[in-house]
Every structure is written in C-alpha cells, then in structure tokens.
Design a protein around this ligand. Sequence first.
Ligand SMILES: Cc1cc2nc3c(=O)[nH]c(=O)nc-3n(C[C@H](O)[C@H](O)[C@H](O)COP(=O)(O)OP(=O)(O)OC[C@H]3O[C@@H](n4cnc5c(N)ncnc54)[C@H](O)[C@@H]3O)c2cc1C
Ligand SMILES: *[C@@H]1O[C@H](CO)[C@@H](O)[C@H](O)[C@H]1NC(C)=O
Ligand SMILES: *[C@@H]1O[C@H](CO)[C@@H](O)[C@H](O)[C@H]1NC(C)=O
Ligand SMILES: *[C@@H]1O[C@H](CO)[C@@H](O)[C@H](O)[C@H]1NC(C)=O
Ligand SMILES: *[C@@H]1O[C@H](CO)[C@@H](O)[C@H](O)[C@H]1NC(C)=O
Ligand SMILES: *[C@@H]1O[C@H](CO)[C@@H](O)[C@H](O)[C@H]1NC(C)=O
Length: 541
Amino acid sequence: MKYFWKCYCYSFISLILLSLATLGCGSNNMEDFVDCIYVHSSNNNDSNSTLIHTPSSSSYSYVLNFSIRNLRFSEPQTPKPVAIITPSHASQVQATVICCKSHGLQIRTRSGGHDFEGRSYVANVPFVLIDLINLNSITIDVEDETAWVQSGATVGELYYKIGEKSRTLGFPAGFKATIGLGGFLSGGGIGMMVRKYGLGADNVVDAYVVDRNGRVVNRYSMGEDLFWAIRGGGGGSFGIVLAWKLRLVQVPSIVTSFALHKTWDQNAANLIYRWQYIAPWVDQDLFISAWVTASNSSKDESGRIMEASFFSLFLGNATELLSLMEKTFPELGLKKKDCLEMSWVESMAFSASGFVSAKSLELLLDRTPVDNGRYKTKSDYATEPISETALKGMWERFKDEELETVQLILIPFGGKMNEISESETPSPHRAGYPIHIGYYLTWQQPNADSRNLEWARELHDYMTPFVSKSPRAAYVNYRDLDMGTNNDDGVPTRYKEASLWGHRYFGNNFERLMEVKMKVDPFNFFRHEQSIPPAPPRVGI
Ligand SMILES: Cc1cc2nc3c(=O)[nH]c(=O)nc-3n(C[C@H](O)[C@H](O)[C@H](O)COP(=O)(O)OP(=O)(O)OC[C@H]3O[C@@H](n4cnc5c(N)ncnc54)[C@H](O)[C@@H]3O)c2cc1C
Ligand SMILES: *[C@@H]1O[C@H](CO)[C@@H](O)[C@H](O)[C@H]1NC(C)=O
Ligand SMILES: *[C@@H]1O[C@H](CO)[C@@H](O)[C@H](O)[C@H]1NC(C)=O
Ligand SMILES: *[C@@H]1O[C@H](CO)[C@@H](O)[C@H](O)[C@H]1NC(C)=O
Ligand SMILES: *[C@@H]1O[C@H](CO)[C@@H](O)[C@H](O)[C@H]1NC(C)=O
Ligand SMILES: *[C@@H]1O[C@H](CO)[C@@H](O)[C@H](O)[C@H]1NC(C)=O
C-alpha cells in the first residue's frame, strides 16, 4: 500500500512541489488530502481525530476492524486504506468524493461490512474507506407508514425502531441484525417476508445519493434510471447512497415463529426434498426456510453431525398456522408446542439470535458479530425441484470431515415475487426462480483457506446440472469473485468478462445497468472488482 501511495506521490505531487519532496512525500500528501476534506465539508464540527483516521491514528485499526465480518480479509497482507473517513454529515461524504477524485484515490464505501468478499473495505489500489457507521439515523413516520433510514444503520436497528413505534408495521429485511442497510438494499435484499412483500429494495420509494461530482441528489433530481439502478444493481457502482425512504408494510400484531430441527434419522433428507414442492407455493403469509448444517460433533462424541432445520415466520396466529400446516405440510409434524406467538419485532429478534430466543430486543441493536470467522459463500437459484439423487450426492459431500462447518440455506420465493416483473428493479430472479440456494463454508484456521475455497468450487460444479442455466443465476448480495472480476483498477479487461458475472447477477438487466452507469459515471470513478462497467447505449438491435 505504502509503495503505491509513494509512487503516486512522486509522479505527480513532487513534480509540482519540488521543495517539499525532501520532507517526505507521503505525509505531505496525506496532510493535503486531510486539508481538502476540511475545506470541502461545510460542517466542521467534528474533531479531526473522529472524522479522519490515518494509519498513524490510534483509532485506525479499531475502526477498520469493527465492521470486518470475514477474517479472511483481516490479514497483515490484506491491503489497507490510506485513510478511513467516518462522516456524520452528508457534506463530509461529498468532500470525500471530491478530494479522492482530486488526489487520484479510489473509494470503498462500507455500511455494515457484510460483503462476502470484503469489497467494502479491501482494494488493490490506493483507496480511502468511507465508513458510514455514524450515518445511522432512523426516522419512522407511523401515520405515513414510511421511514427514512441512513445507509449506516443496520437492519436490526430498523426493526427495533419500528417496534418502538408500532406493533403492526414491519419491513422486509434480512435475518441477521448486523447487516447494513446500505449494502443490503443496494443488492435487493432477501428476508423472511420476501413471499409477502418482495425484496427490501422493492419497498424503497426515495433515496439521497452522493454522485461522482460530490452532489447530493434525490429521486427527483437523480432521475428514474439511477433510482432504478441503486435498488438492486449492487453496491459500489453508482454513487454513495446516504439514505433511503422505505415504505413500511402491514404485519399482524401477533405472528408465529417456529424452529424445528430434524436429524437424518428423523427423515430429514426426505423432508428437505419434500420442502421444495411446498414452501414456494403455500400461502404467502407463510415463510419456511430450510437449512442443512454439517459439522464435526462436539468433543465428547465422535463423527459428523448433519441436521436439517426449518426456520419459519407466519403472519398470523398459531391456530391458523397449525391448520395451514396440517393441510399443506403434515409430514413436518409441527405441534402446538413448537409454535411461538410473538410480536413481529420479537420474531426478528428470534431470527437475529439464530432462532434461539426472542427475549432480548436489545440484541437487535448489537453491532458486534456473534462469530467472526472465515467464510466463503456461493449462491444459486433452483428453477425446478432438485432430485433426491442429486441431493443425496450433496449430503455425501457434506460428510467430508476436513470441513469445519458447511451449510445449505434454501429460501422459498413465490408469492409476491411472482407478481413483480424481472425488469421492475435490477434483481431479475422472480417468477421461474422459486428457490434461492445459499452455500456457506465457515472455518477458523487461516491454513484451511485454500481447502475450503476449493471445496466450495467443487460443490458449485457438482450442482451445475441441477440449478438454473444460461445464464446460471446468482444473487449479487452473495458476491462471489470466482465468477470473474474487473482488473485491479476496475476497468474491465473485456466486456465479455464483465458480462459473465453481470448476466448471472442481473440477467437481461445488465445491459441497462451499464447504460445507466455510462450516463451517471462514464469515467468509472465508483468501482471495484465486480462493479458495473460503463457502456455506450445500445444502437439498433
Ligand atoms: C452474516 C450475514 C448474513 C446475511 N444475511 C442476509 C440475508 O438475510 N438476506 C440477504 O439478502 N443478504 C444477507 N447477507 C448478504 C448481505 O445482504 C450483503 O452482504 C450486503 O451487501 C451487506 O450489506 P452491508 O452494508 O452490511 O455490507 P457492506 O460490506 O458495507 O457493503 C456491501 C457492498 O455495497 C457497497 N455499499 C455499502 N454501502 C453503500 C452505500 N451506502 N452506497 C453505495 N454502495 C454501498 C459496498 O461498497 C460493497 O460493495 C448476509 C451476509 C452476512 C455476512
Ligand atoms: C455544531 O455543534 C454545535 C453544538 O453541538 C451545534 O449547536 C451547531 O449547530 C453545530 N453546527 C453545525 C454547523 O452543525
Ligand atoms: C482539522 O484540521 C484542519 C487542517 O488539517 C484544520 O484546518 C481544522 O480547523 C481542523 N478542525 C478541527 C475541528 O479541529
Ligand atoms: C485488528 O485485526 C487485526 C487482524 O485480525 C489484529 O491483528 C489487530 O490487533 C486488530 N486491531 C484492533 C485494534 O483490534
Ligand atoms: C387466530 O386468528 C383468526 C383469524 O384472524 C381468528 O379468527 C382467531 O380467533 C384467532 N385465534 C386465536 C386463538 O387468537
Ligand atoms: C473432524 O473430525 C475428524 C475425525 O476426528 C478429524 O480427522 C478432522 O480433522 C476434523 N475436522 C476439522 C475441520 O476439525
């Protein structure tokens, strides 16, 4: 990093300021950058130490680490930002854009830091990390049934704030409380109400964005093209979204959750297979996700433990749920004692706890992660049920004792998702994609990295015949750099390469995303390994 920074310095600054060269180019350049930020932010209330963190500040490593969720990207050799900016005011975000541009630095924007490939805080070129952790205000308007949320707020903070104001309003966001709204909404956003209300981004009605010129624009001034692109086109390509206006959704004052665990002896494999025929097609008030977890057993036992779990949210009471389950999925054997009636916000706390307890709503406000291991994730969509034989082959792989923990998470779509056209937002996988598949590998030891990464690729290859094809679809919020990347400097080597992952994340929407990018950021200032490249508008057919 230092090397790059100095390189930049010598070639540009020292030519102009020859006399300063002997004073140490790096630090002068940094001072110049810091001054630039202050000159350009209209609100200078923050002390310098809390707004700008340079590698020499005592706060630098703490701030950098705080939102790193994947320790694979927290190694000594991981490239680090030349500075971290923690704005608490829009003008400081604007200043960062202006000053990074004038100093030849790239920007990585971080909201919650959950990017599976660490793209919000790692780059192979000199970059500034703009961490929105202090831009986390949430304003709920119960009358209007809307909320303004800043990007640095987490989904848990949103749930908590809604719960404080109303028991009958909710928002369809993710399972884990620590996910940042900035990245989540930028990539679409899947949660437990996806079958009733669609993706998180489907419920965004306005936004404030800092564009490539450092201007703040809203839905009206940015225009419908950019407003379309930011609701699912993936973070880091179009600008820095400061805040989002959300349409809140109706939830009953009592909802019912359940968490059922089945061992392989309890017919788990067959239940997973059957689930595919039921969960995407039942009443849209009922959401049942299916998880399979395989790991080495605890120390006192031996062998590999494999278990299926069904985590559910029903927008109604237990009586209704039991009768619905009796009609549609009796083989799961749901009993009255399994049904947990609670308020909607409690059901979100239940989910955030890993479906263990709904007791503590405060858990929703906790930004420190439960476990901060190393992981690799991939995604798929099933367009038709996966055969029993194909599933069996997957379970055989899960038994591999070399793996610490491997998990399959199946999310049912259908319901509202079938009513939204593929071009409504950049997220195209709606009708025809009844099941979202997530594969997760987690481990602790750095020396297990290559084994796990390789295993994940092999599993993905194995699944090829059984999932969506041409293109094989993937979810952009499950970023996976195995699909291909732009060059280090963000300029795609060839359109062909960018379109490899582009079409898999966005289907036919990829072309429109590139056109919007060309319009709003033709010189590709906002970029990363899988950002949208600018392309001229299509001519003719
Ligand atoms: C433990 C865990 C659980 C998850 N659960 C779910 C789930 O239930 N449902 C689901 O859909 N996904 C889930 N995900 C995936 C998650 O939605 C994505 O990783 C999402 O992008 C994270 O948002 P973030 O703000 O935390 O991430 P960040 O890492 O901060 O950002 C992700 C990307 O968006 C960019 N970005 C961030 N903020 C902004 C902004 N304000 N403006 C422009 N670009 C921005 C970043 O530069 C980066 O490219 C989960 C991930 C993890 C690690
Ligand atoms: C600066 O902070 C003070 C005290 O917190 C506040 O009264 C004032 O309005 C702030 N100034 C600006 C420009 O925000
Ligand atoms: C921050 O630093 C700049 C120069 O580096 C200075 O002009 C400004 O007054 C400082 N602001 C505060 C609040 O200390
Ligand atoms: C940040 O994380 C790195 C790597 O995990 C570690 O070495 C360092 O001590 C951490 N810094 C702080 C302040 O926690
Ligand atoms: C459950 O909900 C149904 C439909 O709203 C209602 O008719 C019924 O009285 C409720 N039952 C209980 C036990 O609350
Ligand atoms: C799991 O247990 C087996 C058998 O005891 C052992 O060989 C293997 O190394 C363990 N795997 C991990 C990841 O710890």
